[in-house]
Write a protein that binds this ligand. Structure first.
Ligand SMILES: [Zn+2]
Ligand SMILES: [Zn+2]
Length: 773
């Protein structure tokens, strides 16, 4: 046996051993297993590559599922991937750009084919990486949110909602990315600081001669679409102008001065130009005041025909020309340098141009009620508890969900428009044979696809076969546990709950754990593009999957919002794994040499102590794992295995064996086995490897979880033993301070008070002292 454990040599082999056993599949697990335990993986994007977030998320799931499997449950961890609409489309578009092509040149059909080809090549990489990490998913049940059956589920859900009157079509101001050519959610927009200017522009009043109202804006190009000027009703400066009319420069349109509580009197001049078509706040003001909506910037980021002489220009050109014109007319009162936060597209970085567009919405008011009740009445256990409040308040203020996206990659809406009058449409999974409106036209399918989250909202039941009444749905739904990062609590978790309640009348999972976000050691967000990420795949190749898993878990505690990742934890984990390897080597060697044993049946103080500690640790690890305190459990096991079992019991066992203590061998062996079992969920490879070396018939992964024997837990013994530890530590410190050679025997430097003969003997053995004081 090597003196150092080599993960590279073992991990792949062990993983194959597990896979070959079939035990990842709940139907193939040995034993009766009456209770089930089910986890649905948060499906990673097919564009994904394992990052620290995944590594943490999936290590947690694997720990939980391995623990429950050993507890004798019928465990299913169902894997899969998400088609990730916009992310995947962008990746393939970037490939096309390199070839000098655009998706429009290719056309929709060929483009989708390209994406599918890409998916065949790269879409499974992330799952292969999960295997490297040791994840015990049932790969035979792998799903994809755009596979055939799943598409059935998505279309069925859409048609159902539509028939129930929950889906409607309407104009809405949306965050529009002119590059991606799609509406994107608030959560997918990122704010960036930009140096710009704040222009103060004079709008002449109509009836009061020679008077202006001055508005301040950073986006003068939108003024062509202004339909009002708004001030705060409490603003004394404008009291006499409320209700008056002003003339919009350049366009010479007469527009009213109105009031709105949404206006901040301290921004700029306190008067705001209102462009309902191109700003979300203005959209609200416009709705409240029934203002006209004039679209002057098109979805392609160019000025529309409504922009008069500026039609066809891009935004930057239009802005310059408009400023020049205003200057010429003497309508610029002043311009100031201004740093403002502009919304950008999280995917491509382009500046968001809010747009009015026809979108599809899912009405939330009715749909969300049962979810609010379920969360408020703790029908789902939310860990840490603080997220319950966050979730509830979001649910209570929820807005209708814009579910359509102008993409080519995704679930195309099952909506069929009449070719002759396109505002008329039928909603149906299949293309109707005849147009019900004109009887004669070729129906045209809506170009829109559904928001990716619309399909992932169905994940807990659709991945088990819904809407078909499958055995898996019967056997494994509802699920037990979900863990995810807190940043998708609304995007995903809330939506899974209401979808499940609506379609299955069941709560999709009993417990949800929002784990901490992994930050860099300096407390920065980990990001590949910022170069601040740590690559878990590199960690795995350098230290092994076990060390990577344990190192990550050692970095967290359950209730943290964020955890700083310290690579030294992985190093510590690697050293710990080597220690475990050497503990096993020592114990195997000792057992080999002392086969005959002795007939001694009494337990020494040290034996009693380690049995007490071992059984306490079983209790504590079990309870911590049941409560998802994984970091806490890992730290305790690490301390126990290294600093109690190895440092103390093993050392004392050496001379107990010399003196013929037969029980010692048994206890050594038992403690090692129990420790390996407790550690298995955290570091599955090395623990299985050691077990297999013992020529075990069974795989450790399906052995029974240890049960504590409470009769061995003895606080008095633990107290006594701590006195020995104290004495030994004191003497060792004395030796170190006085630079006494380790081999040299010395006289006891202190009196060993309160210690019995047996205990004194241990102290002497461990510290090389003689008691001739
Ligand atoms: Zn974009
Ligand atoms: Zn028709």
């Amino acid at each position: 046996m090597d003196s150092k454990y080599n993960p590279k040599q073992n991990e792949e082999r062990i993983y194959k051993l597990w896979q070959g056993s079939g035990f990842f599949n709940p139907d193939k697990l040995p034993g009766k297993r009456k209770k089930k335990f089910v986890v649905m993986i948060p499906p990673p994007n097919i564009t994904g590559s394992l990052h620290m977030g995944h590594a943490l998320d999936n290590t947690i799931q694997d720990i939980v599922i391995r623990f429950e499997r050993m507890k004798g449950k019928k465990t299913l961890w169902l894997p899969g991937t998400d088609h990730a609409g916009i992310a995947t489309q962008n990746v393939v578009e970037k490939e096309l750009t390199k070839e000098g092509l655009t998706r429009h040149q290719l056309g929709r059909e060929k483009f989708v084919k390209r994406v599918l080809e890409w998916k065949e090549k790269y879409g499974h990489l992330i799952l292969e990486q999960l295997k490297k990490l040791g994840c015990s998913c049932d790969w035979s049940r792998t799903r994809f949110t755009l596979d055939e059956g799943y598409t059935e589920a998505v279309l069925a859900a859409f048609v159902y909602y539509y028939k129930k009157g929950f889906i409607y079509r309407g104009p809405r101001i949306v965050n529009w990315c002119p590059r991606c050519q799609t509406a994107i959610s608030d959560i997918e927009t990122k704010y960036k600081e930009e140096k710009g200017k704040l222009w103060h522009i004079r709008y002449k009043t109509k009836n009061i001669n020679q008077k202006y109202i001055v508005v301040a804006t950073t986006r003068p190009e939108t003024m062509l679409g202004d339909t009002a000027v708004a001030v705060n009703p409490k603003d004394e400066r404008y009291k006499n102008l409320i209700g008056e009319k002003v003339i919009l420069p350049i366009m010479n349109r007469v527009i009213p001065v109105i009031t709105s509580r949404l206006i901040d009197p301290n921004f700029g001049t306190g008067a705001l130009k209102v462009t309902p078509a191109h700003d979300p706040v203005d959209w609200k003001i416009g709705k409240e005041n029934k203002l006209a909506i004039i679209n002057v910037i098109g979805p392609d980021g160019k000025m529309t025909s409504e922009a008069g002489g500026y039609a066809g220009l891009n935004i930057k050109q239009a802005k310059e020309e408009i400023i020049n014109e205003l200057k010429k007319q003497g309508l610029i009162e002043k311009e100031e340098d201004y740093i403002h936060e502009i919304p950008t597209c999280d995917r491509c970085g382009a500046t968001i141009e809010p747009q009015i567009s026809e979108q599809w919405f899912l009405k939330m008011d009715e749909l969300i009620k049962p979810t609010i009740k379920v969360v408020k009445t703790d029908k789902i256990k939310i860990i840490p508890l603080r997220y319950k409040k966050i979730l509830t308040s979001w649910l209570e203020n929820i807005e209708d969900w814009c579910i359509s996206r102008q993409l080519w990659w995704g679930h195309q809406l099952p909506v069929w428009h009449c070719e002759k009058s396109p505002t008329k449409f039928v909603v149906s999974k299949e293309k109707p044979e005849k147009c019900p409106f004109c009887q004669g036209c070729e129906l045209i399918r809506s170009e829109d696809v559904l928001d990716t989250w619309f399909s992932s909202a169905l994940w807990p039941f659709a991945a088990l076969g819904w809407p078909a009444k499958t055995n898996d749905l019967k056997n494994f739904y509802p699920t037990n546990f979900l863990t995810t990062a807190a940043d998708i609590i609304y995007l995903w978790v809330a939506r899974m709950i209401f979808s499940s309640l609506e379609f299955t009348k069941k709560i999709p999972f009993k417990e949800v754990y929002f784990h901490p976000t992994i930050l860099t050691l300096e407390g920065k967000r980990m990001s590949k593009s910022l170069g601040t990420g740590v690559d878990p795949l590199e960690l795995i190749s350098q230290y092994g999957a076990d060390a990577t898993r344990l190192g990550i878990i050692l970095s967290i505690t359950r209730d943290q919002q964020a955890a700083k990742f310290d690579e030294r934890n992985v190093l510590a984990a690697r050293n710990f794994i080597n220690k475990l390897w050497n503990i096993n080597r020592f114990i195997s060697g000792t057992i080999e040499q002392n086969k005959s044993g002795s007939r001694e049946k009494n337990l020494s103080l040290t034996d009693q102590w380690i049995l007490s500690r071992m059984n306490s640790i079983i209790l504590s690890t079990t309870s911590k794992l049941e409560n998802y305190e994984l970091g806490e459990a890992a730290k305790e096991l690490y301390e126990f295995a290294w600093h109690e079992f190895a440092d103390w019991y093993l050392e004392i066992a050496k001379f107990q064996i010399k003196e013929g203590q037969g029980k010692t061998l048994e206890i050594l062996n038992q403690t090692l086995r129990t420790t390996l079992k407790l550690l298995h969920p955290f570091i599955p490879f090395i623990t299985e490897e050691i077990y297999q070396e013992k020529n075990e018939k069974n795989l450790l992964m399906v052995l029974d979880w240890p049960q504590a024997e409470k009769k061995y837990i003895n606080k008095k013994i633990e107290e006594k033993f701590s006195q020995i530890k104290e004495a030994v530590t004191k003497i060792r410190n004395y030796r170190a301070e006085n630079k006494i050679e380790p081999r040299e025997f010395i006289k006891a430097p202190f009196k060993l008070e309160n210690l019995q003969e047996e205990e004194k003997k241990i102290v002497c053995e461990l510290t090389r002292i003689t008691l001739s004081l």
